[in-house]
Design a protein around this ligand. Structure first.
Ligand SMILES: NC(=O)c1ccc[n+]([C@@H]2O[C@H](COP(=O)([O-])OP(=O)(O)OC[C@H]3O[C@@H](n4cnc5c(N)ncnc54)[C@H](OP(=O)(O)O)[C@@H]3O)[C@@H](O)[C@H]2O)c1
Length: 244
C-alpha cells in the first residue's frame, strides 16, 4: 500500500493496545484513526484501512464483523479463539485480507519452523509443550503453545484435537503414544516463554523461546498491518509477512 494506513486498535486500553500506541507515536506508516475498547461502538468508527485486534474472543467477534462488513483488513493477535471463530476468520478471508497470529514474535515464528522439522524427523518421540506467562493471563494453554502443537501434529500427519492432552490432574494413567502434552505456568510479570521438549529413551531435544519485552509483539503486529493493508483478500499468516 502506498499511502498512510488509517488504523483502529481494538483493545486499545489493554497492555498490548498501550504498547501499540507507544510505537505509533513515531511510526509514519500509520494514522491512528480510532481506539476501541469493551464499551466502544464500532459503528461510529471513521473510514479505515486496517484494524489491529488484541482484545478478547468477544472483542475479536465484533472486530471481525466490522471489518468484514466494511471491507477493512484485520490483523488479530487475540488468543483463546474457538473453532467457530477460526472458521469465521478463514471465511472472511474470501472477502478481506485477514491475518491471525497467536504470537507476533519473529523468534517464535522460527521456533515453529524448527519444531515442524523436529516433529517430522522424530515422529515417535514424546512431545511436550510448556509455556509460562504473567499472572493476569486468562486463557491456558497459551494460544502460542496450541499453535505450536498444531504445527507439530500437522508435521506428523496427526489430528491435533485427537492427540492434544491439554491438562493432567490425578490418576491420568501413563502417557499415550503419539500424545502432545501441554503444561502452563502463571506467575508474576512473565511476558511469555515457550518450550518444546522431544524425548525418547536416552536422549532429549529442547527448543525454547523467551520474550522479555511485549514491544516485540506490537512491532510484529504493526509490520503485519502495514503489509496486509496492501494485500488482496485472503487468510494470511505471519510466515507470509516474513517471506517478503
Ligand atoms: N499474538 C500475540 O503476539 C500476543 C501477545 C500478547 C498478548 N496477546 C493476546 O492479546 C489479547 C490481549 O492481551 P492484553 O495483555 O493486551 O490484555 P488486556 O491488558 O487484558 O487488555 C484487553 C483489552 O481488550 C479490551 N476488550 C475486552 N472486551 C472487549 C470487547 N468486547 N471489544 C473490544 N475490546 C474489548 C479491554 O478493554 P476494557 O479496558 O474496556 O475492558 C482491553 O483494552 C489476549 O488474548 C492475549 O493473549 C497476543
Amino acid at each position: 500500500m502506498s499511502g498512510i494506513v488509517r488504523l483502529a486498535i481494538n483493545g486499545a486500553s489493554g497492555r498490548m493496545g498501550r504498547a501499540l500506541q507507544e510505537l505509533l507515536r513515531d511510526d509514519a506508516r500509520f494514522e491512528l484513526a480510532v481506539c476501541i475498547n469493551a464499551s466502544s461502538e464500532w459503528e461510529s468508527a471513521p473510514q479505515l484501512d486496517a484494524v489491529i485486534d488484541f482484545s478478547t474472543p468477544p472483542g475479536f467477534d465484533a472486530a471481525l464483523a466490522y471489518c468484514h462488513g466494511h471491507r477493512v483488513a484485520l490483523v488479530s493477535g487475540t488468543t483463546g479463539l474457538d473453532a467457530r471463530q477460526r472458521s469465521a476468520l478463514d471465511a472472511a478471508g474470501v472477502d478481506i485480507p485477514v491475518l491471525h497470529a497467536a504470537n507476533f514474535s519473529l523468534g517464535v515464528a522460527v521456533l515453529a519452523r524448527a519444531l515442524r522439522a523436529a516433529a517430522a524427523a522424530l515422529p515417535d518421540w514424546d512431545l511436550e509443550i510448556l509455556e509460562a506467562h504473567h499472572a493476569r493471563k486468562v486463557d491456558a494453554p497459551s494460544g502460542t503453545a496450541l499453535a505450536l502443537g498444531r504445527v507439530a501434529a500437522a508435521a506428523r500427519g496427526q489430528d491435533f484435537d485427537a492427540v492434544a492432552m491439554r491438562a493432567r490432574d490425578g490418576q491420568v494413567g501413563s502417557r499415550p503414544p503419539g500424545a502432545i502434552g501441554f503444561a502452563s505456568v502463571r506467575a508474576g510479570d512473565i511476558v511469555g516463554e515457550h518450550f518444546a521438549i522431544l524425548a525418547t529413551t536416552g536422549e532429549r531435544l529442547e527448543l525454547s523461546h523467551r520474550a522479555t519485552d511485549r514491544t516485540i509483539f506490537a512491532r510484529g503486529a504493526l509490520a503485519a498491518a502495514a503489509w496486509l493493508a496492501g494485500q488482496p483478500p485472503g487468510a494470511y499468516s505471519l510466515d507470509d509477512v516474513l517471506a517478503e
